[in-house]
Ligand binder design. Structure first.
Ligand SMILES: NC(=O)C1=CN([C@@H]2O[C@H](COP(=O)(O)OP(=O)(O)OC[C@H]3O[C@@H](n4cnc5c(N)ncnc54)[C@H](O)[C@@H]3O)[C@@H](O)[C@H]2O)C=CC1
Ligand SMILES: O=C(O)C(=O)COP(=O)(O)O
Length: 639
């Protein structure tokens, strides 16, 4: 049975000694008390810095604990009336992994002791709110004067002196294994005095090198500690062990969202080439990229842990989607988040180009004043031809009509015209009619050189030409030829068949120095707004998939929006879409008398995705047998 207690197969009891400041909570409580008690004092910032410095010196063992406590209380000048505000603040600062694992704290309450050099007045209300027993809290107590000022601490309490924690544990006379979890040197001292079997350095909130080097184990979160000890926990696998690799300068909000969830996040500014990515991806479970990183079959062959990819952009042509699906890797993107940004840039460029502004501006910079109306036109009444009438094409269509343009579009799929836009039956028809041609097709392989010599030949003389979609769609030598022959009146190009991987690489392209050509470094979607939207949107999809199994919005997986997981374990089974897999799974469930709370299935041409919510008690063999079903691609278990 998958019963989750520490003592499976042993008779010995295990006791858990947990530190409070910077372990149970994210902060040092006396630092927070200082922020409250010193409000309005001119020397507040100075005093707060001093308190923090003293805390750190005490924690790392540089000065004696009693000394650090006395020094800090003197600086604090706190009052009893400030304690409720302190408690309220600390309630909001309980460490994330402790909040997630309330169940461990309540189930093991008899064997959990919070031992701290802090003060019971604030520790007890915080830790008991998560199930710790009040009689198992060992900490100092304040001494107040008659008006309620905090003037000191109870000197008789062993925790007010050096070695106090060890003394408390000695007095408890615990009969069994003793594991200590804490971030400070005083926590390690319990182990050093021979009173504990293991010391786990807790690094979720603060990493103290002097403490970490002494630890038997490092616990980046409580989940890690629980996983290590096979204890009841909220995460089937600790997130601190799950590596997230974010490339191409994705917005910092995305980094924060993953870090908040406790993942191990690595960020890199630029894109990686195939060899570099193969090297970097080996132990990565979640990959975040933008338009430049090519995720090829070879990369995927080396990505054994990869569960999901987030394209922090719209296009997904840089990813071998079929290979991802075959390997059970779910891919997500941000289908609308930068649409408006591209549309605004296109409109701006159309106006700039049709007015011939670029050469005029260049001349002005050289000191030349060339005031004339020749070759400058209004956009009003001009025919805009959109190739690709998807999210960007349609939005551009609406905005362009508002500016008085006549809109024509061509799409390989039969699309409903918005406003007064007119549908063209063929690309050739559109190219012949338009004063301005703007490309907004997706980047599928077949679109390579969609616009080449023949297509430029069909366009009107003096046409304005825009490509803000994908570089390979336009044959660059053909475009250069059309510009040089005077066919093109002006061009705005944002995307290129080859784009520099980072800002340090030179942009080499035959379009450089062509007249009336606006060149931009693939920034159609690069606005603060779009990047922040994408930075929030894509992680939310990836986290829903990782935490809950939902695939809603995936570009390659069968889409399933699942209910939140409550009171069950969730078994996620990804398999090749062949008949009979569900039946095989259910035979296994029946054989082991599994109580099924819910089951969901969806397939696409390549794969099937079955989610089964089951009662928490089941034999380990169930999981093993499910993994052994023929055609299984990936299996995951969520608590
Ligand atoms: N420059 C930049 O920074 C950005 C570029 N993009 C790119 O813009 C393009 C359009 O994006 P969305 O409108 O969001 O995509 P979408 O998928 O909504 O629309 C693409 C449309 O093109 C059509 N299409 C595909 N091949 C075609 C062809 N040969 N001829 C005519 N129509 C064809 C499709 O049927 C679809 O309606 C994509 O390539 C995307 O990667 C998107 C955002 C930012
Ligand atoms: O969203 C897209 O498809 C784009 O082309 C924008 O790509 P980027 O995020 O700027 O690399």
């Amino acid at each position: 049975m998958l019963t989750k207690t520490s003592n499976v197969g042993t008779t010995e009891q295990t006791y858990y000694i947990i530190d409070f400041d910077s372990t149970f909570t994210k902060v040092e409580a006396l630092d927070v008390l200082g922020e409250i008690s010193l409000i309005g004092r001119p020397d507040r910032n100075d005093a707060l810095d001093q308190i923090k410095a003293i805390t750190d010196r005490g924690m790392s063992g540089e000065i004696s604990f009693t000394e650090s406590l006395e020094l800090r209380l003197n600086l604090l000048k706190a009052h009893r009336d400030q304690l409720p505000a302190l408690i309220e603040t600390l309630m909001g600062k309980i460490s994330d992994s402790f909040q997630r694992n309330r169940q461990f704290l309540t189930e093991n309450a008899d064997h959990i002791f919070v031992v701290s050099n802090g003060f019971k007045e604030f520790i007890t209300p915080i830790v008991t709110s998560l199930g710790v027993l009040p009689e198992n809290v060992f900490a100092n107590t304040f001494v107040f004067d008659e008006t309620g000022n905090i003037t000191g601490f109870d000197n008789a309490n062993p925790l007010s002196a050096n070695g106090g924690k060890s003394q408390v544990i000695r007095d408890l006379k615990l009969d069994g294994e003793v594991y200590v979890i804490g971030d400070g040197y005083t926590d390690y001292e319990i182990r050093a005095s021979g009173l504990a079997n293991r010391f786990y350095a807790f690094t979720e909130n603060v990493i103290r090198p002097r403490v970490v080097e002494k630890a038997d184990f490092i616990a980046p979160s409580l989940d890690e500690f629980l996983y290590h000890n096979h204890l009841s926990r909220s995460q089937s696998y600790p997130k601190s062990r799950i590596k997230v690799l974010l490339l191409e300068n994705v917005h910092p909000v995305a980094v924060k969202l993953f870090e908040q969830e406790g993942f191990n996040v690595e960020i890199r500014k630029g894109a990686l080439d195939e060899e570099e990515l193969i090297e970097a991806i080996r132990d990565v479970s979640i990959l975040g990229i933008r338009s430049k990183t090519m995720v090829t079959q070879r990369v995927l062959e080396n990505a054994n842990k990869l569960m999901t990819i987030g394209a922090f952009c719209i296009g997904t042509n840089q990813i071998d989607l079929a290979a991802c699906t075959e390997r059970g890797i779910a891919v997500f993107n941000a289908p609308y988040s930068n649409t408006r940004s591209v549309v605004e840039l296109a409109i701006g460029e159309i106006i700039m180009l049709i007015r011939n502004i670029v050469p005029k501006s260049n001349l002005m910079h050289k000191g030349e004043w060339d005031k004339s109306a020749t070759n400058s036109f209004e956009v009003r009444g001009k025919k805009l031809g959109l190739v690709g009438y998807g999210n960007i094409g349609t939005q551009l269509s609406v905005v362009a009509e508002a500016l008085g343009m006549e809109v024509y579009f061509y799409d390989v799929v039969d699309k409903l015209a918005l406003g007064n836009a007119r549908k063209c039956k063929t690309l050739d028809e559109l190219l012949a009619i338009a004063d301005i041609v703007s490309l907004h097709t997706d980047g599928r392989k077949e679109n390579k050189n969609l616009i080449s010599y023949r297509e430029f030949g069909l366009m009107k003389n003096g046409v304005i030409f825009l490509n803000l979609s994908r570089g390979h769609i336009v044959d660059i030598p053909a475009l250069v030829d059309a510009i040089e022959r005077g066919k093109i009146g002006g061009a705005g190009i944002d995307v290129f068949p080859y784009e520099p991987k980072t800002n340090n690489e030179e942009f080499v392209n035959a379009l450089r120095n062509q007249p009336n050509v606006i060149l931009t470094p693939h920034i159609g979607g690069s606005t603060e707004e779009a990047q922040a939207n994408i930075g929030n949107f894509v992680p939310s999809k990836l986290l829903e998939y990782i935490n809950n199994g939902s695939t809603y919005g995936s570009v390659n997986f069968p889409e399933l929006q699942l209910p939140l997981l409550k009171g069950s374990h969730r078994l996620l089974h990804i398999h090749a879409n062949v008949p009979g897999i569900l039946a095989k799974m259910n035979t296994i469930f029946a054989k082991y008398h599994i109580n099924i709370h819910g089951q969901y299935l969806k397939t696409n041409e390549q794969i099937g995705y079955v989610i089964t919510d089951v009662a928490k008690e089941y034999a380990d063999e169930v999981v093993e047998e499910l993994k052994q079903i023929d055609q299984t691609i990936k299996f995951r278990l969520l608590y």
